[in-house]
Write a protein that binds this ligand. Structure first.
Ligand SMILES: Cc1cc2nc3c(=O)[nH]c(=O)nc-3n(C[C@H](O)[C@H](O)[C@H](O)COP(=O)(O)OP(=O)(O)OC[C@H]3O[C@@H](n4cnc5c(N)ncnc54)[C@H](O)[C@@H]3O)c2cc1C
Length: 393
């Protein structure tokens, strides 16, 4: 009888896991179901663009029915509420249940607020197209309101966290906010765009030559860096920094950290303090060979440094493909193989026309338009790989 492979999450890891599992198994061997809360696959790495108003949401979403049409992968739309490891079932928020033989958990991550007072209640996050829409309309509202109030807090926009997400977002805002200002008859010179970061540097993992280049590019477009000073309190109209500085603002977009998904934390799977599942070399959850955990939901340690790999779409996709291969090995009685990540480099967009990055095994540094083209190229390569190039909404 066909085994039921249930994949939770249709993000970078889940989609690749579904496609690869299906590639290696006939319909007689496995029935594959992917569960997702939205009816589309989101290009999360592009979210900064709709958040700042450059692209529309439909440009970065791919309907799952189009993407998976004719591929023997069933789609179940719903919110995963919990996993019952003992019964091998997944409960959805609507009360329904799915029984699995093999489970792939690819639910991504949630924001980490590090216990900062008021931050969760008084900040925006950027984790979905819905968040992007919320941010864009809030920014336009602030600019429009400023015309009436002339309150500087309405034109002060802070991004908390200067990792990849925070920097890509602020680069995009630096390009797009002046356009919104013009549209609403507001002088863009009155805008304050702040990058707030507890660490002394931006973009961890990038060499100093590139972080200096990124800072210069963003500063030239009006971004102010408040680095080396943690945020300690967030209220609806002000942010307080550890050195006592107060920033009057109605906008804090928090990109300062991620933690494992709450469904994973509450599942009974073994998790580390940041809520990510502990997995073995073949990506199976500790003590549960029938459960694979991939992408941001899992803790993947770099054997050389002993430190976790940073959560990226690239890594999630590679884990998805490897996980699919292990599933068909498992069902065909073959040996499981350890997962080895292959770093192809990292690119960070700094707005519409600028980017920085390191490419290839030798981590060659690229900047400016060539880096921006490479970034666009990597998106197109990904879309081609999953068969999503012509499936967008
Ligand atoms: C703005 C931004 C820019 C980024 N830029 C880059 C970049 O340039 N390069 C890079 O490599 N990485 C980048 N990242 C990180 C990258 O996007 C993540 O590491 C990647 O998305 C992780 O993939 P995943 O499959 O683990 O999870 P996700 O892609 O987050 O997928 C999780 C899926 O699960 C669904 N889901 C979650 N909870 C539930 C639930 N309870 N029920 C049902 N469905 C659920 C979600 O809707 C989603 O479809 C960026 C992230 C952000 C936010």
């Amino acid at each position: 009888m066909a085994k039921h492979v249930v994949i939770l999450g249709a993000g970078y890891g889940g989609i690749q896991a579904a496609l690869e599992t299906r590639r290696g198994l006939t319909a007689d061997a496995a029935k594959i179901t992917i569960v997702n809360r939205e009816p589309f696959h989101q290009l999360i790495t592009e979210l900064h663009q709709p958040a700042a108003g450059r692209l529309q949401e439909k440009n970065i979403t791919i309907p799952l029915d189009k993407l998976l049409s004719g591929k023997r992968i069933g789609v179940c739309l719903g919110e995963v509420a919990s996993i019952q490891l003992d019964k091998r079932t997944v409960a959805l928020a609507d009360g329904s249940e799915l029984k699995y033989d093999i489970l792939v958990v690819a639910l991504g991550s949630e924001s980490e607020y590090f216990g900062i007072e008021g931050l969760k209640e008084n900040s925006f996050v950027l984790k979905s197209v819905h968040d992007a829409t919320r941010i864009r309309s809030h920014i336009e509202d602030c600019i429009e309101r400023y015309k009436v109030t002339e309150d500087p807090a309405d034109l002060t926009f802070a991004v908390g966290g200067a990792g990849l997400t925070g920097i890509e977002l602020i680069g995009e805002l630096a390009d797009m906010i002046p356009i919104f200002c013009k549209k609403h008859g507001v002088d863009p010179k009155n805008v304050k765009l702040l990058s707030v970061e507890a660490m002394p540097t931006i973009l961890p993992g990038f060499p100093e030559s590139l972080t200096d280049r990124a800072k210069a590019s963003l500063s030239a477009r009006g971004v102010e860096f408040l680095t080396g000073v943690p945020l300690v309190k967030m209220e609806p109209d002000q942010a307080t920094l550890k050195d006592g500085r107060i920033i009057q603002t109605h906008t804090m977009i928090w990109t300062g950290g991620v933690r494992g998904h709450s469904v994973v934390q509450n599942s009974g799977l073994e998790v580390e303090p940041r809520g990510r599942a502990r997995i073995n070399d073949s990506l199976q959850a500790e003590g549960h060979p029938e459960v694979f955990v991939i992408g941001d939901s899992a803790l993947l340690l770099n054997k050389e440094t002993g430190r976790p790999y940073p959560p990226t779409a690239q890594l999630a996709g590679q884990m998805g493909i490897h996980c699919g291969q292990q599933i068909y090995s498992l069902l065909k009685g073959g040996e499981l193989e350890p997962f080895t990540p292959h770093t192809q480099g990292t690119l960070a967009s700094l707005g519409r026309k600028d980017a920085i990055g390191m490419v290839g095994e030798r981590r060659l540094e690229v900047t400016g338009k060539p880096a921006a083209w490479l970034k666009e190229g990597s998106k197109l390569r990904y879309l081609t790989q999953i068969g999503g190039l012509f499936a967008r909404a």
